[in-house]
Design a protein around this ligand. Structure first.
Ligand code: UD1
Ligand code: CA
Length: 453
């Protein structure tokens, strides 16, 4: 059965106190509404509708890649009003699932459970029992236990307020009935709004089956109204992600001190020390170790590579058995072949470093193609920028570069060449040549030191 999925994101979000739309605030590095869209997208045969209003241009611009049907709800008058604006776009048959842009951790498995119960004569409600149900719509059941209505907090009687089972807001309604119910909504209630929840009593009256499903955990249905709740959901998501990493065979020295803002894929026996941040898509091979305080963004790391503490890696590919850090910075376009070593205070950018090559101390290697088994001495710099353009440095296999060398690009150093420490290399160095490019040392005998006048 085809399914319309409506994601409500028109609300004001005033408690965020932000120039950014509430639903664009991020949880786990991803805008809340994008998380919901991505989850919705995993459901089979679905058509997405995104209801925007307050700060709607921002939301629309940030969600274009999902090609959802954008429905404007200017002057929002409640959840029922929102659904009414989508009504003309709904398919004749099938069912409509309503989700919320500020309820980001809803799981596909829960939604699939709801979908599996859907028929043209069934309405599926996602409910949860809470010790403190304050603020939520209450699920009203008759003596037989059948759901007959949802009553909003502000409209509830004393006895209804005591009900602990609440409406999460997420529901799945059959389209053949939904159109009529939406058309019949009124705003005669405490808030003067069109409540989507009023369709429940209409469904009960029309003899439609109302069934309830519960989420696997409370966080799935938790909404964000302010930054305190945003931070709480962030911690919840991080803890869920940490648990799943450990269940997949990674060791986290402290699961409460890891932040994954995107997707982290780990091979077996990966060990991650405290305070590491993983952003975008990061893939760590088998046996990789990551020291404390590392920040890795959009990179892959081959098996058994060791990344020591305080290392930053971005948009880079690291081979197997490499040794990186502490305090290394691999900038975009760095490619390390297997067994390469990048040591402390070394910065690389658009650099291919060949197998077994070492840049161990205090260097900048940018716009460089380096072969295998090269040894780069401490303090070596590629001078890749002439103030206007970037130029390439090419270093062949088995080159030895003495400490404190400046390689003024464009320049080539051929196979097996040696460069004396302190050289400024501006011309090509040939195969197996030794290049000296520094002032010769002069020593003066019995040099009289200056005396104080
Ligand atoms: C709603 C439910 C309530 C449920 C609660 C769960 C109704 C009438 N009540 O109440 O039963 O327990 O959610 O959190 O549905 N929105 C729009 N357009 C509107 C109004 C709201 O897009 O005109 C969006 C908001 O941005 C928000 C969501 O819908 O994401 C919920 O709206 P909100 O006003 O917070 O509903 P509640 O009063 O919390
Ligand atoms: Ca709410």
């Amino acid at each position: 059965m085809t399914q319309d999925i409506v994601i409500l994101a028109a609300g004001k979000g005033s408690r965020m106190k932000s120039a950014l739309s509430k639903v664009l605030h991020k949880v786990g590095g991803v805008a809340m509404v994008r998380r919901v869209l991505a989850t919705a997208n995993t459901l089979a045969d679905s058509k997405l509708h995104l209801v925007v209003g307050h700060q709607g241009e921002q939301v629309e611009a940030n969600c274009q890649d999902f090609s959802a049907n954008i429905v404007w709800q200017n002057d929002p008058q409640g959840t029922g009003d929102a659904l009414r604006r989508v009504a003309p776009f709904l398919q004749a048959d099938g069912a409509t699932l309503t989700l919320y842009g500020d309820v980001p951790l809803i799981r596909a498995s829960t939604l699939e459970k709801m979908t599996s119960l859907s028929t043209s004569n069934t309405l599926v409600l996602l409910t949860i029992s809470l010790d403190n149900p304050t603020g939520y719509g209450r699920i009203v059941r008759n003596e037989q236990g059948k759901v007959i209505a949802i009553v909003e907090q502000k409209d509830a009687s004393e006895s209804q307020l005591a009900i602990k089972e609440v409406n999460t807001g997420i529901l799945l309604a059959p389209n053949n009935h939904l159109q009529g119910w939406l058309a019949a909504l009124t705003n005669n209630n405490a808030q003067g709004e069109y409540y989507l929840t009023d369709i429940i009593a209409m469904a009960a009256r029309d003899g439609v089956d109302i069934v309830t499903v519960n989420p696997e955990n409370e966080a799935e249905v938790a909404g964000v109204n302010d930054r305190v709740q945003l931070a709480a959901l962030e911690r919840e998501l991080q803890s869920q992600q940490a648990i799943s990493l450990m269940q997949n065979g990674a060791t986290l020295l402290d699961p409460s001190r890891i932040d994954i803002r995107g997707e982290l894929i780990t091979g077996q026996d990966v060990i991650i020390d405290v305070n590491c941040i993983f952003e975008g898509k990061v893939v760590l091979g088998t046996g990789v170790e990551v020291g404390a305080n590392c920040h890795l963004k959009n990179c892959t790391v081959g098996d058994n590579t060791i990344i020591k503490s305080n290392t930053l890696i971005e948009e880079s590919e690291v081979g197997e058995d490499c040794d990186i850090g502490p305090f290394a910075r691999l900038r975009p376009g760095t490619q390390l072949a297997n067994k390469a070593k990048i040591g402390n205070f070394v910065e690389t950018k658009k650099a291919r470093i060949g197998e077994g090559s070492k840049v161990n101390h205090l260097s900048y290697i940018g716009d460089t193609e380096m072969g295998a088994n090269v040894n780069v001495g401490a303090g070596t710099i590629t001078c890749n920028y002439d103030g206007v353009n970037k130029h390439l440095t090419q270093v062949a296999d088995n080159v030895f570069i003495g400490s404190n060398t400046s390689l003024v690009a464009p320049v080539q150093v051929a196979e097996g060449a040696t460069i004396a420490a302190g050289s400024t290399i501006t011309k090509q160095v040939g195969e197996k040549q030794l290049a000296f490019a520094r002032a010769r040392q002069t020593n003066k005998d019995n040099w009289p030191r200056p005396t104080k006048k």
